[in-house]
Design a protein. Structure first.
Length: 274
């Protein structure tokens, strides 16, 4: 496999009430009317998200929707970046590598301000969840509270290339189930944000996750995103409470076939790549 293919994928491709999460401060429950409000600055919108509910969804299903994370204007501004080749470090045509159909581009450093803000502002909300998951699963790695410190850890290990990316799908395009693993240091949660309007810009093209449990058939989750909505989801695995204690389940994500139109998505990955 060439270096581009390695950069994209590693293709080795309600329980929340029972799951005993480890010590650490839990997020405070926000008023339901405040959750996902598409007003104010990005930081204010992130603060208003019901992070208690989001963690419950992550514990139970491996993913959680963040509605109206971005405004329509922000989505359009990000979509307008896609033709600007100087902003990206590489372009991947999925069919060439057996990843599906469609294409995506990795942003170069310095990241566009809104994407850098998403990385920096979402990470502190997700790091406590990641640390609780690792403690439950018996994984020694712990994540710092600030994203810049985690990126320093990545760069010290030779993971220097930014991983936020934009994906473009046209009619009959799709993304095979996969995991975004780029090196030794992997933050276990990532975010995808839909920049196009379902039913107007495209049809089909649903975000899909599968969960593989030992000695059980795989479970599928379809997340119905709207323009500006985000989904935060497990990159690789998550803990599930079993009758004999917690165990790990393996997750993959992808996008179903686009029936018509064009779909643009922003992927916010918190670790950098080798």
């Amino acid at each position: 496999m060439n270096t581009v293919a390695k950069d994209r994928h590693s293709n080795s491709h309600s329980q929340s009430a029972e799951l005993e999460l480890a010590s650490g401060p839990k997020p405070e429950r926000a008023a339901a009317s405040d959750a996902g409000s598409c007003t104010g600055s990005l930081a204010q919108r992130i603060d208003k998200i019901d992070w208690f509910d989001a963690e419950e969804e992550l514990n139970g299903y491996g993913c959680a929707m963040l509605r109206n994370l971005l405004t329509a204007q922000e989505c359009d501004a990000l979509s307008a970046l896609y033709p600007r080749e100087e902003l990206f470090r590489s372009r991947v045509v999925m069919a060439r590598h057996g990843f599906g159909r469609g294409e995506y581009k990795y942003f170069a450093y310095p990241l566009p301000p809104l994407i850098a803000a998403l990385r920096g502002d979402l990470y502190p909300r997700l790091a406590p969840v990641a640390n609780r998951w690792n403690e439950v699963m018996g994984i020694e790695v712990r994540y710092p509270a600030v994203h810049a410190e985690f990126i320093e850890r990545c760069h010290a290990a030779g993971q220097m290339r930014p991983t936020p990316l934009m994906l473009q799908y046209a009619t009959d395009d799709y993304n095979c189930l996969h995991q975004d693993l780029y090196g030794e240091h992997v933050f276990p949660l990532q975010v995808a944000i839909l920049l196009s309007e379902p039913g107007e810009d495209f049809t089909g093209g649903e975000f899909v996750m599968t969960e593989q449990r030992p000695r059980m058939q795989s479970r599928t989750e379809v997340v119905p995103l709207g323009k500006g909505d985000a989904v935060v989801f497990a990159v690789h695995h998550r803990p599930v409470q079993g009758t004999r204690g917690p165990y790990r389940v393996n997750l993959r994500h992808g996008v179903s076939r686009l029936r018509s139109g064009q779909r643009l998505t922003l992927g916010v990955i918190f670790h950098d790549a080798t």
